[in-house]
Design a protein around this ligand. Structure first.
Ligand code: SAH
Length: 553
């Protein structure tokens, strides 16, 4: 799966065009120069940002002069390796210039963007201009056997040679290739392994499947089998294994090393015919690459992810990837909305905040059917959120065996206490604890006892779920307990909607603090006896807890 593009802008004048392009690629992130423009993410240095994106293989759409992009990327261009598409787009949307990544589909992107902006793309690739397709960049499911040989082949066609197609190349139906029955050049679509003759272009359809019964000797045995049968390794689409091997790590590694999908079958799965076999392994050939990808089913995946407090720039790349790859998203509606933009093909299952266990079971059911499922939490999923609920559902005696075969992963996020602390400085710079004041799932007496002990231990404390309509008195009672251990001048930080548009940070003393200052969107940090306040240059205040503690404290 190719990653979503990054839109990079320098100022507010490019924002409107960037948003129009974003509508085409909903998961594209708009990167704006800090303090110049409010975008999805802020950067400090244009060149560094561009080079970083390029190195990570992210497609780049820069809304600025082509020259700036070229100069910024120049130092990177010498190094070999896969090149992402790079485009320059005029900030008013009047020009779309594909610059790099011809084999990564840059011209295709340029056409898509140009169509959206109602201009024409500045395509300069001669083969593509003439033939309306890039022969060297076949669609997914097909791979070129040899790039260097392919370049010569295309220049022959440009020189006037005619072409014959041998095999199935449905994507070329609309092309303007110089086709002729007796063409002197041939495009071969074949899974067979051989060196291309000078007068042919070889493209392998990924339509082969190798059926395995275990992981022993893989992937070497797969290579031997293909070689023995004269079949191209590039034509291999997937390994097919019995569903009983779903959790087999060696098998998953073998598929990864072969760079193919791993799909699971049961005795009832309908399979295409075997065309070769060797020492217990079979090669099957599907009708087409699409048909090959539809046989059996993949191992399902359940990712429990943390969005962080809200701002896109606090979302980790691992979480971004999981969201991009998700087929189903589950969560409290507010959080699922925070995960936007999502694609139309991604199914949203929104539910009430209280139905955590039910939601976790639903997530397992979807994942056990082979889907890629994401369960969304705000902050960190392991902090008063969905990760524990998911594991509770898995541990239930009624949990079906196939839930245990799901690939379960928990991806961390920036928790509200950490986001609030960072805004204020470092109030959690020494030992601290996190306490939820909600007595929905634990007796109030336990909360009181924990507050009492944390107070006695002089820990800084972060309160989650401090108050709500259904729990109006608990915070007042909690503060009474805190008062028995702390002086009224103890520093308190209140973070409300941190990382969101309505963000508000307040620093008060324990003596000033009243429950009316707090609501359910607030995170409360009660400092330890050592927590201090410090004037900021801009008139505000820093709060921090020193790293050392008095010896006789
Ligand atoms: N998993 C979340 C916490 C869920 S509990 C996390 O790790 O952050 C919900 C509580 O978290 C809220 O009642 C509030 O106290 C706190 N909270 C969550 N997001 C917040 C934000 N953006 N700003 C301040 N507090 C927040």
């Amino acid at each position: 799966m190719t990653s979503s593009p990054a839109l990079v802008i320098l100022g507010p004048s490019a924002l409107a065009t960037a948003r129009r392009i974003q509508a085409l690629y909903p998961q594209a992130v708009i990167h704006g120069l800090r303090d110049r423009v409010e975008a999805d993410a802020a950067y400090d240095d244009f060149g560094d940002t561009l080079r970083g994106l390029y190195r990570s293989g992210t497609p780049i759409i820069a809304l600025c002069a082509a020259g700036i992009v070229i100069r910024s990327l120049a130092p990177q261009l010498a190094s070999k390796g896969a090149e992402p598409p790079v485009l320059a787009v005029a900030e008013d949307g009047s020009a779309v210039v594909p610059l790099l990544g011809g084999l990564g589909g840059v011209n295709r992107m340029a056409r898509e963007i140009a169509m959206r902006l109602q201009v024409s793309a500045a395509i300069t690739t001669s083969g593509e201009l003439r033939f309306g397709t890039c022969l060297l960049d076949p669609p997914s499911g097909y791979v070129l056997a040899d790039l260097e040989q392919g370049k010569r082949f295309v220049s022959d066609l440009l020189g006037g040679e005619n072409l014959r197609i041998d095999g199935d190349a449905p994507w070329l139906d609309q092309s303007k290739l110089p086709l002729a029955e007796d063409g002197r050049r041939t495009l071969h679509i074949t899974p067979l392994q051989r060196a291309a003759r000078p007068d042919e272009l070889l493209i392998h359809p990924r339509s082969l499947l190798v059926r395995v019964e275990g992981s022993e000797g893989l992937p070497a045995r797969v290579h031997q089998l293909l070689e023995h049968s004269g079949l191209a390794a590039k034509a291999l689409a997937a390994l097919l294994a019995p569903a009983t091997l779903m959790t087999d790590k060696a098998l998953a590694n073998a598929a990864r090393e072969l760079n193919v999908a791993l799909r699971f079958i049961t005795p009832y799965t309908t399979l295409p015919a075997a065309i070769a076999q060797l020492d217990g392994l079979q090669v099957l050939q599907a009708q087409s690459p699409d048909a090959a990808q539809a046989i059996g089913r993949p191992r399902g995946r359940l990712s429990v992810i943390g969005l962080g407090p809200g701002a896109a720039e606090h979302l980790t790349p691992a979480v971004r990837r999981a969201l991009d790859e998700a087929q189903d998203l589950l969560g409290y509606e507010t959080y699922v909305r925070m995960a936007e933009p999502l694609r139309d093909d991604q199914v949203r299952h929104c539910s009430d905040n209280r139905e955590e266990l039910q939601r976790a079971r639903h997530a397992f059911e979807l994942a056990a059917s082979g889907r890629r499922v994401v369960v969304v939490s705000s902050g960190d999923p392991g902090v008063f959120a969905m990760a524990a609920a998911v594991l509770e559902a898995l541990e239930e005696s009624a949990a079906p065996a196939d839930w245990h075969a799901v690939e379960l992963q928990v991806l961390p996020g920036v928790s509200a206490a950490l986001a609030t602390a960072a805004k204020a400085g470092a109030p959690l710079g020494h030992d601290f604890c996190l306490i939820s004041l909600s007595d929905n799932l634990k007796p109030w007496a336990v909360i009181e006892s924990r507050l009492d002990h944390a107070g006695a231990a002089d820990l800084a404390m972060a309160f989650y779920n401090p108050i709500s309509k259904a729990r109006p008195w608990q915070l007042g009672r909690a503060l009474e307990i805190v008062h028995t251990h702390r002086t009224p001048d103890t520093v308190v930080v209140l973070g409300r909607d941190i990382g969101r548009p309505a963000e508000a940070l307040r620093v008060v003393s324990l003596g000033e603090l009243t429950p009316e200052m707090v609501d359910m969107r607030t995170l409360v940090i009660i400092g330890s006896s050592q927590t201090r306040r410090l004037p900021r240059g801009d008139g505000g205040e820093w709060v921090y807890t020193p790293r050392s503690y008095p010896q006789n404290g």
